[in-house]
Design a protein around this ligand. Sequence first.
Ligand code: SAH
Length: 356
Amino acid sequence: MARPWPAGLALSALLGQSRAQLEAWAVDQGLPAFRGRQLHDWLYAKGARRWHDITVLPAALRDQEPAPLGRSAELHRSVARDGTTKLLLATDDGLSLETVGIPTRDRLTVCVSSQVGCPMACRFCATGKEGLQRSLQAHEIVDQVLTVREVMDRRPSHVVFMGMGEPLLNSENVLAAIDCLSRDLGMAMRQITVSTVGVPNTLPRLAELALERLGRCQFTLAVSLHAPDQDLREELIPTARAYPYEQLLEDCRHYLELSGRRVSFEYILLGGLNDSPRQAEALAEKVRGFQSHVNLIPYNPIEEEAFQRPAPGQVEAFAATLKRRGVAVSVRASRGLDQDAACGQLRRQRQDRVQG
Ligand code: SAH
C-alpha cells in the first residue's frame, strides 16, 4: 500500500521508498513488479550506490539509470582513536553535511543531520553559526545511515537526530526517514531519538503526525533545555524568546500523553554559567513529575565562543544533585574529541580550508 505522504513531498529518489512504492515505480516504467522488489533488496540490504552495482538488473536498464538512487558522495572522513567516524557527505546540489558513527562494544549509533546548516543559532553550537541552507529530504537522512553502515562495516543499532539542523523544522522528512529506517532497514523505532531545542507549535503535532503516518510514535524525543530558567535559556538559545519555558514543558506533557513515550531532556554544561548546584536544584524542580531522564553534555569547545568546559567535579556534583532530587541522570561521554570536537566543526574546518 502506498504511504499517505502529501503530494507536495516529491519522491525524488528511489532510496526512501517502500517495497510497494518501488514495485509501483517499476510498473510505471513498463517493467515487471519484481524489478521493484530487486531494487528494494539492493538499495537497503545490499547498500547499492550506483545502478551499475545492481547486477541482477538488465544491462540496458543499468545504463539508462532511469531515476536517481539517492546516494551521497563522501567528501571527507576522519576517524578518532576511539573509532568515532565523522563523515562529510555531498548532496546532489553540491552542499555538504556531517554524519557521525559512534561505536561501542554493543552499539553503533549514527548521529544524523536533518538539515544543512541550522537557523536556530544556539550560541554554543558550531552549526548555528552559518544559518540554514536547506532541509534534507528523507532519502538524504536514510543515506547517512547506509553510508555509516558501509564505512564502518557494521549494522547501526541506534540513530540519533543530533547532527546538523533542527529536526522539528523538518518533521515530515524526519518522520518519513524514521518510517523507512524501521520498515526497510529493520531498525527498532525505540532505538531512534529525535532531539529538538523546541520550536513552538510542533511538539504535540509531531506525535499526531507520527500516529497518522506511521501508525505509531515509538521513537524517543529528547528536548534540549540547557538552562534551569527562561532568562538564561534565552541568553543561550535566542529562539527561546518565542517559547516560554512553561509552554515548552506543557507541550512535552502533551507529547507524552499522545505518544505514551517519556520525553528525555538534554542539558549542556557550560562552566560557571549553568553548572552550579543551585541551578541543578532549579532544574530538578522544573522536570519534577516527568519521571524523566536528564542527559548531561559537557560543552565541546567551539572556536567562535568563549564558553568554558565545566571544571573538574562540577559534572559529577550537578548529576549528584539531580539524583538526590529523584531525577534519572546520565552523562554523555565526549567521543572523538581528538579529531574534530563538536558537531558542525568538521564541516566548518573543511570550508575554511577550501576557502582560505
Ligand atoms: N537542534 C537539535 C538537534 C541538534 S544538536 C537540538 O538542539 O536538540 C544535538 C545536541 O548537541 C543538542 O543537545 C545540542 O545542544 C548539543 N550541542 C550543540 N553544540 C554543542 C557543543 N558545542 N557542545 C556540546 N553539545 C552541543
